[in-house]
Design a binder for this molecule. Structure first.
Ligand SMILES: N[C@@H](CCC(=O)N[C@@H](CS)C(=O)NCC(=O)O)C(=O)O
Length: 349
């Protein structure tokens, strides 16, 4: 067990309704770690200075603070918690089983979560049906993983990493089904998932650490309304103060140009990393012609092609003119080189 002094240094920055934040809280509670919870009051329109300071790259919750050091991304935080407080291990002991737990957690995040969220925020029945089908297809793999297992949870009779990682399926997904008027968790098709859900929700620690359902239903009705009426901000594409968001890929020199330009102009922006081989629905929606990064979103309107974006930036924010020339000559202005300490990767939380 961690000493009292060590535990006092733990803080979690969160949002009450976030499934990502809940993962972190469940893990801390399973380990018996005392922590201070700090609610991000207005996450989508007025992020707190603390969040911007602790997670300047993604500007998202959860953020875990331990001994004044910040860690972002819920799966990374789960691993950090498991490595720091080694009692009640979350990940399995055997390397292959650990790898499998991570594999299924990632799969669920990319396939089940994304499709289910798309189904909830879909515009029109056809789009919704497609997304519901994709969600069910992905869930079939999870059903297969559970089939024939005698244990209550994925890794045995104690809740572990994978249960926590996909715990949202037990509680958030049924709320989304209700809010989106859709049916996903069919008990005939997914009997093992339904049994796992019952075990998970009946665990005393989980049961007492869930957001109020009615409040969630209201909240997601609101999110759904907002996201379906303004499709460009679906998936959180709202951007910084002026609604500036950049969709890029970490190794794209074209994306870098745009980042240098925004930084030179001092424009606050949100960055979304694109998984290029996969091409996210967001990228296909924002840049259906080239399907490439970078894409700049400003006031909910997408602009593609890096040179055109540079011109747009220079036309829109008139201060520091002529910088484009420098960037086009391939010379990152001082302090913005790929390995400079001011680049995104080095500032990651
Ligand atoms: N992959 C991240 C996702 C975190 C995330 O999307 N958090 C949402 C709250 S549910 C957020 O902070 N959104 C703020 C925004 O998009 O501006 C994780 O696992 O931690």
């Amino acid at each position: 067990m961690a000493s009292e002094g060590e535990q006092q240094e733990v803080k979690a920055l969160g949002l009450w309704v976030s499934p990502f934040v809940r993962r972190v809280e469940w893990a801390l509670k399973l380990k018996g770690i005392h922590y201070q919870y700090l609610e991000e009051e207005d996450l989508f329109s007025n992020k707190s200075p603390l969040l911007l300071q602790l997670n300047p790259v993604r500007k998202k919750v959860p953020v875990l603070l331990h001994h004044h050091k910040a860690i972002g991304e819920s799966f990374v935080i789960l691993e950090y918690i498991d490595e720091t407080w080694t009692h009640n291990p979350l990940l399995p002991q055997h390397p292959h089983e650990r790898a499998l737990a991570r594999f299924w957690a990632k799969f669920c995040e990319e396939k089940v979560f994304e499709s289910a969220w798309n189904a909830l925020c879909s515009i029109g029945e056809e789009e919704k049906e497609k997304a519901v089908e994709l969600t069910k297809e992905a869930l079939e793999h999870i059903e297969g993983e559970l089939k024939g297992k005698k244990n209550k949870f994925f890794g045995g009779d104690e809740i572990g990493y994978l249960d926590i990682a996909i715990g949202w399926i037990s509680y958030w997904l049924p709320v989304w089904e209700e809010v989106g008027s859709m049916s996903i968790l069919d008990p005939i098709k997914f009997p093992n998932i339904i049994a796992w859900i019952s075990n998970f929700l009946n665990h005393p620690l989980i049961k007492h650490n869930l957001p109020p359902r009615d409040r969630m239903v209201n909240y997601f009705h609101g999110r759904r309304k907002l996201l379906t009426s303004t499709p460009h901000i679906k998936n959180g594409v709202q951007g910084g103060e002026e609604g500036v968001k950049l969709i890029g890929a970490w190794d794209s020199p074209f994306g870098k140009r745009v980042e240098w330009a925004l930084k030179l102009k001092g424009i606050d922006y949100d960055y979304v990393e694109e998984d290029l081989p996969k091409k996210s629905p967001l990228l296909l929606q924002l840049n259906p012609v080239y399907k490439k990064v970078p894409v700049l979103v400003h006031h909910q309107k997408p602009i593609a092609e890096s040179l055109i974006i540079l011109q747009y930036i220079d036309d829109t924010w008139k201060h520091n003119p002529n910088f484009c020339l420098l960037i086009l000559m391939g010379e990152p202005p001082q302090g913005f080189g790929l390995n400079s300490p001011t680049t995104r990767s080095s500032k990651l939380v």
